[in-house]
Write a protein that binds this ligand. Structure first.
Ligand SMILES: Nc1nc2c(ncn2[C@@H]2O[C@H](COP(=O)(O)OP(=O)(O)OP(=O)(O)O)[C@@H](O)[C@H]2O)c(=O)[nH]1
Ligand SMILES: [Mg+2]
Length: 219
């Protein structure tokens, strides 16, 4: 078992990691601002519909905006391939054993593409409602996505990401005829955790409320 000194060294290393991440995230934010790029970090549960929502958003905005997407995924490039079919450029970052993207991943990408070609950046994080809360990435706004199929308590159970986000999306509302949960209760949970958060209930399948969500992005 680790002794007290070893434990405090581990805590210090962890704090260093988070401090370095925050510094790099600040640099990312400056670079993106310098290029006038609106940037969004999308976090959320596995399979909640992050990529499907991005597909719908990109379909609607890609005539007016040049969009770049960074897709975080443990192992595949499935999401990046999906995105590229909808009129945006995309790069997949495979995180392997890490359960979230960090600012270093984003720094490597944005320092290796021609940012003058884009005015909107979406970063889809690895599907996870816990790990991304430790690592800010440098995007201007954070969007947290859950869906009604994760159960009506999913927001209450993961308050941290809702505290840190500007927009919350409750997706897959088209399935509520079958699931039959109290969606208003989920909206209240998000507002109770973060009174400033904007909440949207959407269906990436039917397109319901996607336009309203796009309006809230203010791109
Ligand atoms: N019925 C319904 N299905 C949806 C909706 N949004 C996404 N799906 C389906 O849910 C599954 C997961 O969607 P994705 O967009 O891959 O979800 P994700 O959050 O990007 O998943 P990961 O990147 O793997 O974490 C797919 O089969 C989608 O077609 C929705 O609004 N309604
Ligand atoms: Mg995805």
């Amino acid at each position: 078992m680790a002794d007290k000194r070893e434990i405090s060294r581990i805590i210090e290393l962890n704090e260093d990691l988070i401090n370095n991440n925050d510094r790099l995230a600040g640099e990312n934010n400056q670079i993106l601002k310098k290029h006038d790029i609106s940037s969004f970090d999308i976090v959320g549960a596995i399979g909640a519909g992050k990529t499907a929502l991005l597909e719908r958003i990109i379909e609607k905005v890609s005539k007016e905006h040049q969009v770049f997407v960074i897709n975080g995924d443990v192992a595949t490039r499935i999401d990046a391939d999906r995105i590229e079919k909808h009129g945006a450029k995309s790069i997949q970052v495979n995180t392997g054993r890490e359960c979230a993207l960090n600012a270093y991943h984003i720094s490597r990408v944005i320092n290796n593409i021609d940012l003058t070609e884009y005015d909107v950046l979406f970063i889809e994080n690895v599907g996870n409602l816990i790990c991304p809360s430790d690592f800010i990435l440098g995007a201007t706004k954070r969007i947290v996505v859950v869906s009604i199929t994760e159960g009506e308590w999913v927001i209450k159970k993961h308050p941290l990401l809702f505290k840190m986000s500007d927009i919350a999306v409750i997706n897959k509302i088209d399935l509520n005829d079958i699931i039959n949960i109290d969606i208003d209760e989920m909206i209240n949970d998000a507002k109770e955790i973060n009174p400033n958060i904007k909440v949207f209930t959407t269906s990436a399948t039917t397109g319901e409320n996607i336009q309203e969500l796009i309006k809230a992005l203010e791109i």
